[in-house]
Design a protein around this ligand. Structure first.
Ligand code: DQA
Length: 144
């Protein structure tokens, strides 16, 4: 099974960006952790990061021909991007949303995810492990 992991805006700054919220792990370290965990699950992963909405939408469209599922952290776009939500709803692949922080327990504007509503489900609040739990979820969806 091939899974595309898409990191959204500002996640390139992990490690230096609000470490009290997002921890001290860099994006490269997070991607290593995801790759190691994926190997244990027997899943092939590729990780990409984009700051712009259009690039994320292009990556979602492009995954149709090369991947079986997507794990996505749309960052702040989660809270208002109907365009990313539409892209997720437009492809036939299972998509699971992951967030490092527990968005349900944060500021009011972060508590709604319009993109998660278009996904099979979402995992939030477990730091790097949110991505691994999301990978497990897509692997199990595919088993059905
Ligand atoms: C985030 C939560 C978002 O609200 C925020 O804008 C991010 C990171 C998370 O992983 O916890 O960029 O998606």
């Amino acid at each position: 099974m091939r899974v595309l992991v898409i990191h959204g805006p500002n996640l390139n700054l992990l490690g230096e960006r609000q470490p009290e919220v997002y921890g001290r792990q860099t994006l490269a370290e997070l991607n290593d952790f995801i790759a190691t965990s994926a190997r244990d699950l027997g899943v092939d992963v590729a990780c990409v990061q984009f700051n712009s909405e259009g690039a994320i939408i292009d990556a979602i469209h492009g995954a149709r021909s090369a991947y079986d599922a997507i794990v996505i952290n749309p960052g702040a776009y989660s809270h208002y991007s109907y365009a990313i939500a539409d892209a997720i709803a437009s492809i036939g692949l299972p998509v699971v949303e992951a967030h490092l922080s527990n968005i349900a327990g944060r500021e009011e504007h972060r508590r709604t995810s319009v993109t998660a509503a278009a996904c099979a489900g979402s995992v939030s609040g477990f730091g790097a492990r949110s991505y691994v739990l999301a990978l497990r979820a897509v692997a199990q969806i595919q088993e059905k």
